[in-house]
Design a protein around this ligand. Structure first.
Ligand SMILES: [Zn+2]
Length: 161
């Protein structure tokens, strides 16, 4: 269990509850929970310790050896303590692990973007299947379409005319 804890996306934010190795389907499922007891409201940035409930997220992570790694993550929902805030209940954010609504870990998404940028949609999909990343051509194209372009340098005129 200790070694596995070191391979997870964030050792400081997550606690390892259990793991299950499905050798037939080549999948390792780890159940993690947030190790935080306080969370910050994403709207007003007020910190809260009043827990409302928990909810589960399922995230695909980078493959581990020959196994697909699936993370079942339990995070908290907290009451916002700021009376003037429009958000009464909010979900805990774990930016070191994933972004809101994402179905992948951030580190896995970064690897896929790097593969997609280097190879493009179809070639990236072929390589990702060989590496165990298992991402389709369409998923690569969606990932690449979501990237922001770097700012282009402003051309400098040669003469004052
Ligand atoms: Zn708030």
């Amino acid at each position: 269990m200790d070694l596995l804890q070191h391979l997870l996306p964030s050792q400081n934010d997550l606690s390892l509850n259990s793991c299950h190795l499905d050798e037939i389907n080549g999948q390792l499922t780890v159940e993690l929970s947030s190790s935080h007891f306080v969370a910050e409201c994403p709207l007003c940035h007020c910190r809260s310790h009043r827990l409302h409930s928990h909810y589960d997220r399922t995230l695909k992570d980078m493959p581990l050896a020959q196994f697909t790694l699936v993370i079942r993550l339990v995070v908290g929902k907290f009451f916002c303590l700021n009376e003037n805030c429009r958000r009464k209940i909010f979900s805990e954010r774990l930016p070191s692990v994933t972004t809101p609504w994402a179905r992948r870990t951030t580190r896995y998404t970064h690897k896929l973007k790097a593969i997609g940028l280097a190879l493009g949609g179809a070639a990236a999909a072929r390589l990702s299947h060989q590496l165990g990343y298992g991402c389709s051509r369409d998923s690569f194209l969606r990932l690449l379409a979501g990237l922001t372009l770097p700012e282009a340098p402003v051309p400098i005129s040669a003469g004052s005319g």
